[in-house]
Design a binder for this molecule. Structure first.
Ligand code: FES
Length: 58
């Protein structure tokens, strides 16, 4: 089974990846119009957050 990775994009959403494929992007700024998914509203909101990654392997 592919690993699942959560990529916390600098100043942006959480990309949920399986292998190299992005499955979806979760909002972490609180301003999305499509919660729980990212709508791109973090740009206008000038969301500021660090980048990081979390991998889950089976
Ligand atoms: S992170 Fe993109 S709209 Fe919230």
């Amino acid at each position: 089974m592919d690993k699942v990775e959560f990529e916390f994009v600098k100043d942006g959403p959480i990309l949920v990846k399986r292998g190299e494929k992005v499955e979806f992007a979760l909002c972490r700024c609180g301003h999305s119009t499509k919660k729980p998914f990212c709508s791109g509203a973090h740009i206008a909101a000038k969301f500021n957050a660090e980048a990081s990654k979390l991998e889950i392997k089976e």
